[in-house]
Design a protein around this ligand. Structure first.
Ligand code: GGG
Length: 368
């Protein structure tokens, strides 16, 4: 392999982020692929020690790293002068405009394989909040632009196409055509959701091979809770996507197994969907599968960014990690969120054991 070493900036953050991110790093190290790991601080605890939740050296390192592996953050819900959510800050600074949240679960009679594509830079998370009337009124501005709506719609339609191509020929594939569900509330939020809807449907016309449907966000929440199998790719605005992806993963094994990718033109950051979980932090029982799933997404991302002749080992390692996660999810060991009594370390050890097992997707003949 001629690929240069890739720098991965590791930001464990708060709470269980510090317990699950090392598991993902151990898995990435076990691939033998050329990585250099750097670690940096961010989060609520970092704010309490340094006065900022995202120190300048962390931001600078994130800008120069090839990818970022992020754990979790526990921003307080009450206002704190000078505090800003570091993950929302990082997404905006690195222009990580696409938040990709896959949900997969295969059980007899229960085949979920969907992706929530969430706009990641604007909407109600644009940071335009103010208080008026001496504190009696609080206002949040919801920002939706043509530019951001168009690029996130393109991500969704491209992804639907790519997933369809990957499925084509796969045994047991029952999906006829790629499908994108555009989720909004344009019947009430006529200006903001109206613009998002119009732009997404315009983009849809340029993908005649992809079936498009539109759905109100409340209907979508219900459908995700009752019939998640019907979805392929969902595209929506920032806050709706945040909430819907949690609903989706409730039916797909829960937050403990849900990874996500934040992708921009030049940067990428991978983080479990779950937060810092202060209720279980420090007990060694957090489920590391979501963070380990992030390692697989990170490898798939690098496979796309690396020279075509060097991409195969990244893809193979990603497939192998996904396979190991599927096996552990199906047969254990399970942490308490999945009904077991295993520790984070037990699950990590089991994954590493499977990665050494020649029975699952083979390594690249030992060449990488
Ligand atoms: N790994 C995702 C994560 O930390 N989720 C919680 C979250 O987004 N919190 C926002 C914040 O605490 O600033």
């Amino acid at each position: 392999m001629t690929t240069r070493p890739y720098t991965i900036l590791v930001i464990p953050g708060d709470g269980i982020g510090r317990e699950v991110v090392p598991a993902a790093v151990a898995v990435l190290r076990a691939t033998g692929l050329p990585f250099v790991f750097e670690e940096a601080a961010a989060g609520w605890e970092c704010f309490q020690h340094t006065g900022t939740s995202l120190p300048e050296p962390t931001l600078a390192a994130a800008r120069t790293a090839d990818t970022v592996l992020f754990g979790a953050v526990a921003s307080p819900s009450h206002p704190v002068a000078g505090y800003r959510s570091p993950i929302v800050w990082l997404r905006r600074e690195l222009d990580l405009y696409a938040n990709i949240r896959p949900v997969v679960e295969e059980r007899p009679g229960h085949n979920i394989d969907l992706v929530v594509v969430r706009e990641n830079t604007e909407g109600l998370y644009a940071g335009r909040e103010r208080v008026e009337d001496n504190g009696a009124t609080a206002i949040a501005e919801r920002v939706i632009t043509r530019h951001a709506s168009e690029r996130i719609a393109r991500v969704a339609f491209d992804l639907a196409r790519a997933r369809h191509a990957a499925r084509a020929g796969a045994a047991g594939n029952t999906r006829a055509a790629p499908r994108v569900t555009v989720v909004h509330k344009a019947n009430v939020l006529r200006a903001t959701c109206g613009l998002f809807r119009a732009v997404a449907l315009d983009v849809a016309r340029t993908y005649p091979d992809v079936t498009v449907e539109e759905m109100l966000v409340d209907t979508c929440a219900l459908q995700l809770a009752t019939r998640p199998e019907r979805f392929d790719v969902i595209v929506t605005t920032n806050l709706f996507g945040d909430i819907l992806s949690d609903v989706a993963c409730a039916r797909g094994g829960g937050l403990g197994v849900a990874p996500s990718a934040n992708i921009g033109e030049t940067h990428a950051l991978f983080e479990p969907v779950h937060g810092a979980a202060p209720d279980i932090a420090g007990r060694g029982i957090a489920n590391p599968l979501a963070a380990i799933g992030c390692a697989a997404l990170l490898l798939e991302h690098l496979a796309q960014r690396t020279a075509p002749e060097d991409a195969a080992p990244f893809r193979r390692c990603a497939a192998r990690i996904h396979d190991a996660i599927r096996r552990i999810h199906a047969s254990g060991p399970h942490t308490p969120d999945l009904g077991g009594n295993a520790m984070t370390a037990d699950v990590t050890t089991a994954i590493l054991g499977l990665l050494r097992d020649p029975v699952i997707v083979p390594w690249s003949e030992g060449k990488h």
